[in-house]
Design a protein around this ligand. Sequence first.
Ligand code: ZN
Length: 154
Amino acid sequence: MRCHTAALRQNRPGGLPANVWFSSMSRIRAKFFDPYGKRYGIPTYPWQMAPSHLRTYRQLAEAGLRPGGQGVQAQVMWKSSWARRTGGVRVAYLYDVARALPKRRPSPAQLEALAKALKARRLCPRCGQDRGYVLRTGLGCCEECATPWELEVV
Ligand SMILES: [Zn+2]
């Protein structure tokens, strides 16, 4: 969280002196401005005012990243008429991009194992054919091999 003041300076429109900028913030936005988490427990920023190294889960995902074990680092709060249930305030959790990790993609070996497992579940032990559908677990064979009473029981 050390660099958040620098990031805020970057976000400040037109390089206004901090006192002018803060006094021009609406009361609502000021209410959600808590970079040290004194009021909300974790650093809190109004909408669009979070430092750029803090990203939402979706923003991380778009960059091919995941939080990677880190907890929520900060939050963004904004007023929304859609969120009446929570007092008209919506929250988005933020993660530090520096501590994020690349998204896990299944390896070719994992994909092959998965394909094999699915193929095994399509293979009928009675006729030995790949039926193109996963066999009913209770039946233990394909629909064609099953006797009418087996189909009825399962
Ligand atoms: Zn069969």
